[in-house]
Design a protein around this ligand. Structure first.
Ligand code: 13P
Length: 257
């Protein structure tokens, strides 16, 4: 069975004190003794790079994992302003979000670059969360599946079957990010199902069935349970609602069996 993964993507928000108090508030709202929580949820937060240390300290002794929002694919070198996988590892970073639509849109990240980052993450045993998703125009033009499949194939180019269990896919329709308009559970399920079919065609049924596919885009405490109830939605990548302890904790606990 796939364990539901809820990741808070803080984007370029918060500073040290705010980050520490957010983590401490999230911890106080999640009962560490809850067997249902332990069994059914994996939780991670993705702060900006400069907050990783403070957040790692605040997370000490909890089950909440640390994620990064991006990274470079080289280990070191003349790449002013960049951060490499070996720099992230000592903070205990377990996941890295790669190819987020904001990276694609504002920083011109291509599938080829994202693929290099996915490979670098796997090489360093940081679990990549590969983001894919269509814009509003692409959906209107009926190109959703073409766009998502091209991003999926591009991001996973050269990835071997043995690496799939370390990988998470996140479907984040660009039109749903930060807009308050989430994909309906049916709209998201349709794309998630097709992503899984594609993984199955490439890596086989067993591995594809084990792969987690997260949904992201205006996830709230109100819509989380219905999204997570869909058969191929294995978690959520949460932006705005992850910046408040109440709403993030409510999403984490949404639909617990
Ligand atoms: P929102 O939850 O703010 O729509 O952001 C989603 C997102 O981009 C998570 O990576």
């Amino acid at each position: 069975m796939r364990k539901t993964l809820i990741v808070g993507n803080w984007k370029m928000n918060l500073e040290r004190l705010g980050a520490r108090s957010l983590v401490s508030a999230i911890r106080s709202k999640l009962d560490p003794q809850s067997a249902r929580l332990k069994e059914q949820r994996e939780i991670a937060v993705a702060p900006p790079f400069v907050l990783l240390y403070a957040v790692s300290q605040e997370l000490a002794g909890s089950d909440i994992l640390l994620a990064a929002q991006n990274m470079h694919f080289e280990d070191s070198g003349a790449y002013t302003g960049e951060v490499s996988p070996p720099m992230l590892k000592p903070f205990g970073v377990r996941y890295v979000i790669l190819g987020h639509s904001e990276r694609r849109q504002f920083f011109k990240e291509t599938d080829d670059l994202i693929n290099k980052k996915v490979k670098a993450a796997l090489r360093h045993r940081i679990n990549p969360i590969l983001c894919v998703g269509e814009t509003a125009d692409q959906r209107k033009e009926g190109r959703t599946l073409d766009v998502v499949m091209a991003q999926l194939e591009g991001g996973l180019e050269g990835i071997e079957a043995s690496q799939l269990s370390s990988l998470t896919i996140a479907y984040e329709p660009v039109w749903a990010i930060g807009t308050g308009v989430n994909a309906t559970p049916e709209q998201a399920q349709e794309v998630h199902g097709i992503i899984r079919n594609r993984l199955q065609a490439r890596f086989g049924t067993e591995l594809a069935q084990g792969a987690r596919i997260l949904y992201g885009g205006s996830v709230t405490p109100e819509n989380a349970a219905s999204l997570l109830a869909m058969p191929d939605i294995d978690g959520a990548l949460v932006g705005g609602a992850s910046l408040k302890a109440d709403s993030f904790a409510a999403i984490v606990m949404a639909g617990l069996g």
